[in-house]
Write a protein that binds this ligand. Structure first.
Ligand code: GCO
Length: 446
């Protein structure tokens, strides 16, 4: 490793990220309502090995010892999400004050330990009651989400100063409303485009609501952002396929937020989103965030494909290309995060970038109560080095949050892909800080 924390400057936010549904468990405890992931994971063959997150890491009950692990690793910032149906069991209307009290305990304990809480408002766990009304395909969600945002600000806004509106809208609309492989398991272009437009409206509206609540909060929103390249160099059809995939995966939500509108010119099928746009929406899609949360893990190689409808492109996964990869079949390619940062720098209206997720799933073995996760440690060091390279070349990157604190429920993949700096034995709920977590703690302890 050839860098020190000092080289990033003392205004650089080091942190760790989690998401409510993936760690909390207590899926029906103390008045919490069902979320779309609670119901989706009960359906057959939706989650690997028939797994679910009814218990997960039991963070709901173990949060004090888990926050103490963050402290032990000298991590100053903790990013977590609010389970919408834990505070508003029906999505709107009646507030569940036991849910509010739980998040107040988490926030208060963070502050007691000297850890700064960063809240992600929406990390995919929509209340089932709202899905029954169409969920993200129903334009009413703009009002429903606004009520949820105001509820969180009213109860947590006196102590939480850092807010993110959405987590990866491309993933929850694409996987949840087009492919059907994530909750709520809907499919088809119309479901996807309706959900996408309404999510894009909510990401900006959420920013406006937070800003009007308190003008000096640090407000951002997060995007999955893929470093894309053509499978075959100097192959015109692959190069054009990259442009279409980039418009879908990287620009669809970012560019309307920046006031640039939807990237219809580079992906014609997006024209159909216009049927969901109402007069005045274009302006409402834009909001000046304080920061953009970049969530990047790998690079994707893209080839032209006549068989893929709408996109005429396909991603050639790492295993097929016989390259080093993680348990998610994501290539280990550290320059991916440098390339993503340099691409984002090209947008003049982006004030600041924080890496709000980066990490890797590798097989972990517990030997004599230790987990020597050398591959993950190397992955983190190599990617942090690339972030420093981009920063030294003038990219305004001001933070790096590791995904994730502890092994948890990896959505449709269940528990087998372990991303944590902390190992979890899901039978005993015992935690062990892995070598990567010990290294991160030493690196931050300077
Ligand atoms: C995402 C989500 C996380 C994932 C992580 C690993 O980025 O998809 O924010 O919930 O668990 O990225 O896939």
């Amino acid at each position: 490793m050839h860098f020190s924390k000092e080289e990033f400057g003392n205004d650089f936010s080091w942190g760790i990220s989690t998401a409510a549904y993936q760690i909390e468990g207590a899926h029906d405890t103390d008045g919490k309502g069902m979320s779309i992931w609670d119901s989706f994971s009960q359906k057959r063959r939706k989650i690997a090995n028939g797994e679910h997150a009814n218990i997960a890491c039991d963070f709901y009950h173990q949060y004090t010892s888990d926050l103490a692990l963050i402290k032990k690793m000298n991590i100053p910032n903790y990013r977590f999400s609010i389970a919408w149906s834990r505070v508003l069991p029906n999505g709107i209307g009646t507030i569940n004050y036991k849910g509010i009290a739980y998040y107040n305990r988490v926030i208060d304990f963070c502050l007691e330990l000297g850890i700064e809480p960063w809240i992600t408002l929406y990390h995919w766990d929509l209340p089932e009651a709202l899905q029954k009304k169409g969920g993200w395909t129903n334009r009413e969600i703009i009002n429903w989400f606004s009520e949820f945002v105001n509820c969180c600000l009213n109860h947590f806004g006196d102590r939480v100063k850092h807010w993110m509106v959405l987590n990866e809208p491309m993933v929850f609309t694409g996987a949840g409303y087009f492919l059907g492989v994530h909750a709520p398991g809907k499919k088809g272009l119309s479901n996807f485009l309706a959900a996408a437009h309404h999510a894009a409206m909510c990401q900006a509206e959420g920013g406006r609501i937070i800003r009007s609540f308190e003008s000096n909060f640090k407000i951002g929103t997060t995007f999955s952002y893929s470093d894309l390249a053509p499978l075959r160099e100097d192959h015109e059809r692959d190069a054009k396929a990259v442009i279409r995939v980039d418009a879908l995966l990287n620009r669809l939500f970012l560019e309307p937020l920046l006031g640039l509108g939807y990237p219809i010119r580079d992906l014609k099928i997006l024209q159909k989103i216009e049927r969901f746009i109402k007069p005045g929406d274009e302006q409402k899609l834009a909001f000046q965030m304080d920061f953009i949360g970049l969530q990047n893990y790998t690079r994707e190689l893209v080839s032209y494909s006549a068989f893929m409808p709408f996109l005429h492109a396909k991603i050639v996964k790492a295993k097929k290309r016989n390259v080093q990869h993680t348990l998610m079949n994501w290539e280990v390619y550290p320059p991916c995060i440098y390339n993503a940062l340099k691409r984002l720098q090209k947008y003049p209206s982006i004030k600041e970038i924080l890496v709000t997720e980066n990490g890797a799933a590798f097989p972990d073995a517990v030997v004599n109560e230790e987990v020597d996760d050398e591959e993950r440690l190397q992955y983190l060091q190599d990617h942090i080095a690339q972030v420093l390279k981009a920063k030294n070349e003038g990219v305004n990157v001001k933070g790096y949050f590791v995904w994730t604190l502890m092994d948890n429920f990896e959505w449709a993949e269940g528990y087998s892909p372990r991303f944590g700096l902390v190992h979890v034995d899901f039978d005993t709920q015992k935690r062990i800080i892995k070598s990567s977590g010990k290294w991160f703690g030493q690196f931050l302890d300077k």
